[in-house]
Each structure stands twice: as structure tokens, then as C-alpha cells.
Design a protein. Structure first.
Length: 178
């Protein structure tokens, strides 16, 4: 099944509906900030917003790269990708993270490609090594995802459950037309 087909058939678990709506509303509050970066890199603002939510719960002291709270500290990232920064603003860090992944070269932002780019942002460990588990980065909080999670880079636990909401349920609330 394609990403777009999964999205259209996706069922958000009842206990996550409110959380998805609250997360979407939080991201909408900061839409102007996301749009400034999106305009520079020619990508959808909600692509950036969804990554920001997943990486740092949409807190602007965490870098888009990996959520480390180093904005304005003079520090560089210690997690993957290492040694990025220092950054004085969230926007500066976001542009760096997105350019590092060549997001500015993506020319097609339909639903299928958007979801694929979001999965690639987090890494293809699930797709390549655990294809029976839809990535929680996208699908946590939906009926597609039950358990199995990378506890750290390269450390997979088949019984660990990702309790953080995936980006697909939030996207459903951000854009009711999808």
C-alpha cells in the first residue's frame, strides 16, 4: 500500500484524537515562522512544522536536526548529525537542517512524496529492517502502529511502544482536504 493510500485509510485511535487536534492547533499558531523557512527552501510549511513537533514537541529552543536544546547557547549538536551549529535562532538551525537533507531540491510535494520525505527524515530503519512495522514517526496513534521502536540510533526493541504521536494524525487535522 502506498503512503497516500495508507493516509486516506488511516484511523486515528480514539485516545489520540484530542492530542492530534491540539498538536495541529499548536503548529498553526506558529505557521508564520514555518512559512518564512518554507519560502526560502520551497517546501510546504507543514513539512517543517511536523518535523519540529516530532523532534522537539514544537519548542523553539530545540534544533530541527534532532531536537537538542542548543539554540542561542553557542553549542553544537552532539547527536546525529553531530557538530552542526552553533545557531543563534531556530530559523537559522532549521534552514541548516533542511539544506543538509537537500530539501530545497525536492520538486514534488504531493501527499505521497510528503509522507515519504517525512519518513526519510527520521531514517529508513523500519522500512529496511522491520518492514512489518509501519514507522511510528508517521503512524503512531493510528491503527497501523502497535509496537516496535528504535530506542536510539541503531537500537531496535520489538516490544517498545512509541507513545509520541506520529505526524500523519496531525497532518490530518492540519489539512482536512488530504
Amino acid at each position: 500500500m502506498t503512503y497516500a493510500e495508507m493516509f486516506k485509510k488511516m484511523v486515528i485511535r480514539q485516545q489520540y484524537l484530542g492530542q492530534a487536534e491540539v498538536a495541529a492547533n499548536k503548529l498553526l499558531v506558529f505557521k508564520d515562522r514555518y512559512e518564512k523557512v518554507a519560502d526560502i527552501l520551497k517546501c510546504p510549511w507543514y513539512f517543517i512544522a511536523l518535523i519540529h513537533y516530532r523532534e522537539s514537541a514544537a519548542h523553539f529552543d530545540g534544533v530541527l536536526h534532532n531536537g537538542e536544546k542548543i539554540i542561542g547557547t553557542g553549542a553544537k549538536t552532539k547527536l546525529v548529525p553531530k557538530n552542526r551549529g552553533p545557531f543563534s535562532t531556530w530559523e537559522e538551525a532549521a534552514i541548516d537542517a533542511l539544506e543538509l537533507r537537500n530539501i530545497q531540491k525536492v520538486d514534488k510535494w504531493d501527499l505521497e512524496n510528503l509522507l515519504e520525505e517525512l519518513e526519510q527524515w527520521n531514517g529508513l530503519g523500519y522500512k529496511n529492517y522491520h518492514p512489518e512495522i509501519p514507522t511510528p514517526y508517521l503512524w503512531s496513534g493510528t491503527t497501523y502502529y502497535m509496537k516496535g521502536k528504535y530506542a536510539a540510533d541503531g537500537k531496535f526493541d520489538p516490544n517498545l511502544v512509541d507513545k509520541q504521536l506520529g505526524v500523519a494524525p496531525i497532518l490530518k487535522f492540519l489539512d482536512k482536504t488530504l
